[in-house]
Design a protein around this ligand. Structure first.
Ligand code: PLP
Length: 403
């Protein structure tokens, strides 16, 4: 008798249509989904908040790192975040349209864009150059109002932000526009280059330069009430970087941001699927494109309906494992666009059984950090890569905030 039994798949219809439930069966769980624990999001924000005297800005860019921007934002605010951080104006406006009233900073806009909707929605705009600042001020003038801006300084990342040599000119322009009532400089901020290594000497160099630039801004007549520099790793691992606000992204989603340190965060996302096929194969069976994997012994293969188009990193082929049937099993061969194969060995896993790609790790299932290691990337890329055709579900845990 075969070790692989073909149980009827009670879990039927899903957004991808990979499995259809017969008409007389109630569709149950979809064949693949990302479950998001919003209670964990709130708790993680609370943990960051308790580790600092500064306020917490929950970074909910990129659809809340793939967890759902609006729901994550609400959970983060419930957990104690006083600010929300996003990149584009569109992301900020989506939060406002959903009724999120917390202060929001958007930090990746183009100088030439129309800022009127963002200004009208009471969203702070980060600016790095004089033309950018003027563009925001002009739109404020058109609305007969005052835009609130936060000046970004480039203290070493060499990404956005004003270089130290251009800082005084930006400060002077901002002060002139403040006098004209067109802008208010609420904050000054910068971003760390050694973002996951709070002990790196570069962090303190950036901090010193940041202090110097803030001093120049005050000397130039600005009176910023919010200074911020730290991301998650610095928020948890380097109190000297905290100032008035810490911008926490990764930590909010429960991924430990500093290698080798455990702060007690709880991963919020569980990515799971159901085997949509399981079959016995003999030893020596080549699996998936190019036969990069060959079964060592007779056993079973299971088919998982998630692929690199869903964000399962192709680069993790050959090293990744998934949790199925109470054990970790290797991904067999190349991850394809929409599917991959798992070597079930001699176990009794069957069609319809649950496969966990990553989760909190409690049961022994892999975590986002495992996938980042397997794919030789960072956990941010794994989380934000989970594609749009994977339905997000928000199971209500006892005491969890309403999503
Ligand atoms: C994405 C981002 C963050 C969040 O970084 P984490 O390391 O995920 O905490 C903070 N600040 C800025 C400017 C960012 O772009």
């Amino acid at each position: 008798m075969s070790a692989v039994e073909h149980r009827p798949v009670a879990a039927g219809l899903d957004a991808r249509g990979a499995v259809r439930a017969p008409r007389d069966r109630v569709p149950a769980a979809p064949v693949a989904e990302a479950r998001v624990d919003l209670g964990a999001v709130a708790d993680n924000v609370g943990l960051v908040a308790r580790s600092t005297d500064a306020g917490v800005m929950a970074v909910v860019k990129a659809d809340g790192f793939g967890h759902g921007g609006v729901r994550t934002a609400r959970a983060a605010v419930a957990g104690g975040a006083g600010w929300l951080g996003v990149t584009s104006g569109a992301e900020a406006l989506e939060l406002r349209a959903a009724g999120v009233t917390a202060p929001i900073l958007c930090w990746l806009t183009a100088p030439a864009q129309d800022f009127r909707a963002v200004i009208a929605a009471d969203v702070d705009v980060a600016v790095s150059t004089v033309p950018h600042l003027r563009s925001v001020a002009e739109d404020a003038a058109r609305l007969s109002t005052r835009a609130v801006v936060q000046l970004e300084a480039d203290t070493g990342l060499s990404r956005n932000g004003a270089r130290p040599g251009d800082w005084c000119e930006l400060v002077a322009a901002a002060r002139r526009l403040e006098r004209r009532g067109l802008v208010r400089v609420r904050g000054i901020w910068s971003h760390l280059a050694h973002a996951d290594r709070p002990w790196h000497p570069g962090v303190d160099e950036q901090r010193r330069l940041f202090d110097e630039l803030v001093g120049q801004a005050r000397a130039g007549g600005l009176d910023p009430e919010l200074l911020h520099l730290a991301n998650s790793a610095a928020a948890l691992g380097h109190p000297g970087t905290h100032y008035d606000l810490v911008r926490a992204g990764l930590a909010v989603y429960g991924v430990e941001p500093v290698a080798g340190r455990v702060f007690g965060l709880r991963p919020a996302m569980t990515l799971c699927a159901r085997l949509i096929n399981a079959k016995r194969v003999p030893a020596g069976t080549g699996v998936s494109y190019g036969h990069r994997y060959t079964t060592a012994a007779a056993g079973a293969l299971g088919l998982v309906p998630l692929g690199y188009a869903d964000g399962v990193p192709r680069a993790a082929s050959g090293s990744a494992e998934v949790w199925v049937g109470g054990a970790r099993r290797p991904v067999a061969g190349l991850v394809c666009m929409d599917q991959f194969v798992v070597d079930l060995g001699g176990g009794g896993a069957a069609t319809g059984d649950e496969v966990v790609l990553f989760g909190p790790g409690d049961r022994g299932e892999p975590t986002v950090l495992d996938w980042a290691r397997w794919a030789r990337t960072n956990p941010h890329e794994v989380l934000t890569g989970i594609g749009g055709r994977v339905p997000r579900r928000y199971p209500r845990a006892a005491g969890a905030p309403r999503g």
